[in-house]
Design a protein around this ligand. Structure first.
Ligand code: XMP
Length: 508
């Protein structure tokens, strides 16, 4: 792989994704990685990311010096480039004449391979305060800016390259070309990482891990567990059994869709546990959101365990853990990784070994793999849905009736958003019911005194922050009319225009 060394900026993930978009497999490691560890991982090239610190401050992150001399092509980006300059005989100064945002790059007469085929000047994206004034010893300066004498350097012989700008962000020009030049012209790699190769490799790995034994998978109906299950089935066929717990808290059509997809299309062994009554009675009279979540989480585990007891699973459990979860639990260093992405909140002390075929993939890669495996688009592009389901979208007591109402409203919201062609443009869009809040309305000549539906729709990249989505008024209008007309006991529709923070995406 190409190893992206993380110096603490969020940019490392972006760099790894950009490299993968060029069909080269990449992994992220912490800057504490040693040259030996890189050898063990089979590193073919190294990219040093940017970082929030100055190379001059006490405790600024450094790199095992041996890595610079181990003969691998290295590209330093921003902090990474400055660290190379400082460690390898160049110079970085605290000029405080930083550059931020779009900055014009001027190529020098010295033409390098990194900027090959780029125009003489182009707009890059900068974000730095210190300035490189001398490149590493033996490296030539290949570009500068009005403020920075060294915006780009390279030492072709020792395969050391550095850019002060950020080729991984989309705000600058020719970033993709710079990474392309590094990977293919400088490092001589080949673009071999494709959806097809991902699938082939995963299948081989699962077969090796599992052997002749049996595997269990808890399906949530979401993208990740679906793709993980189908991949595992490709690898071990009937050794896999999927368990789907129908909590009665799912969206309309969801349970049927899972059954159709898994049984009819993929012929995967599927155990459906009908547990709606059980969940409803456990939730009776409960109003507190945290208690609701706990009840649902615990009951889910118990229900799943009961189902699992009847299946000879051989000790393996499939989980749809994704690469960002893995990175967040310890920057890719295997010893530190713990799985925190539990389907339906399965406990960590369950005595299963985990099969995690997606643990090196980003969400967009999971979707692409899903399409390649023949999973329908509407499943692959499904919006995120909380584990506790519609229960956290009833602000108040969860009853058959209240869940039924919010489910109907949710169907209407989804139908109209999809009809308007807005499905993929938003992170999430759904309905929330507030059954205990009532307002006066009028219907025909009759006074009504009923509950409101809150429509919630957000734009987000990762659910950590979100902004309310600007759904066109015409679409909101149709949604509102339909909900009041079609959902019993609802006489008002309001639109939630709170961002996160201070709000959260869900209401509970
Ligand atoms: P909040 O409401 O915290 O939600 O802004 C952030 C994202 O997480 C989803 N969500 C959950 N997902 N189990 C999940 O798998 C849960 O218990 C859960 N609660 C919230 C929510 O839909 C949003 O995408």
């Amino acid at each position: 792989p190409v190893i992206v060394v993380d110096f603490g900026a969020q940019y490392a993930q972006l760099i790894a994704r950009r490299v993968r978009e060029l069909h080269v497999y990449s992994e992220i490691v912490s800057h504490t990685v040693t040259a030996n560890e890189l050898r063990e991982r089979g590193a073919r090239a190294i990219i040093l990311s940017g970082g929030p610190k100055s190379v001059w401050v006490e405790g600024a992150p450094t790199l095992d010096a041996e890595i610079f001399t181990m003969g691998l092509p290295i590209l330093g980006i921003c902090y990474g480039a400055q660290l190379m300059a400082q460690s390898l005989g160049g110079r970085v100064e605290r000029t405080r004449a930083g550059e931020y945002g779009r900055t014009t790059i001027q190529r020098c007469s010295e033409n390098g391979v990194l900027l090959e085929a780029l125009p003489d000047t182009f707009e890059s994206w900068m974000s730095h305060q210190d300035t490189m004034v001398l490149p590493p010893e033996g490296a030539a300066v290949t570009a500068s800016t009005a403020q920075s004498a060294v915006a780009c350097f390279e030492d072709r012989e020792r395969e050391r390259f550095g850019v002060q700008f950020h080729p991984e962000v989309s705000h600058g020009e020719f970033g993709r070309e710079v990474l392309h030049n590094f990977l293919f012209r400088a490092a001589g790699l080949e673009p071999k990482w494709t959806n097809f190769s991902i699938i082939e490799e995963s299948i081989a790995q699962i077969r090796e891990q599992v052997g002749e034994r049996n595997v269990l998978c808890a399906l949530s109906g979401g993208v990740d567990s679906t793709v993980a299950a189908v991949l595992t089935h490709e690898a071990v066929g009937d050794q896999l059994t999927c368990v789907f717990v129908d909590t009665g808290l799912l969206r309309e059509g969801e349970a049927d869709q899972v059954v159709t997809l898994f049984s009819s299309q993929f012929h995967i062994k599927l155990v459906v546990v009908e547990a709606a009554e059980r969940f409803l009675s456990a939730l009776a009279g409960v109003l507190d959101p945290e208690i609701k979540r706990k009840i649902i989480g615990n009951l889910f585990i118990r229900t799943f365990e009961e189902a699992a007891l009847g299946i000879d699973a051989g000790g393996f459990l499939v989980q749809g853990t994704l690469y960002p979860d893995v990175i967040e639990s310890g920057s890719g260093s295997a010893a530190l990784i713990k799985s925190h992405h539990n389907v339906g909140g399965l406990p960590e002390d369950m005595s299963f070994a985990l099969v995690e075929p997606l643990r090196f993939l980003f969400k967009d890669e999971v979707r692409a793999v899903g399409v390649e495996l023949g999973i329908p688009e509407e499943v692959v592009w499904r919006q995120p849905f909380p584990g506790p389901g519609l229960a956290v979208r009833v602000v108040g007591e969860v009853t058959q009736e209240s869940v039924g109402r919010v489910r109907e409203a949710d169907r209407i919201v989804r139908e109209e958003i999809l009809r308007a062609g807005l499905g993929r443009s938003m992170w999430q869009y759904f309905a929330v019911l507030a059954p205990s809040l009532r307002s006066v309305g009028v219907s025909g000549d009759e006074r009504t005194y009923d509950a409101p539906i809150i429509v919630r729709a957000v734009d987000s990249d990762d659910a950590m922050t979100a902004d309310w989505a600007r759904i066109p008024y015409e679409v909101l209008d149709v949604i509102a009319h339909r909900i009041v007309g079609e959902v019993n006991g609802v006489n008002r529709v309001v639109y939630d225009i709170t961002s996160k923070p201070p709000g959260t995406i869900e209401w509970e």
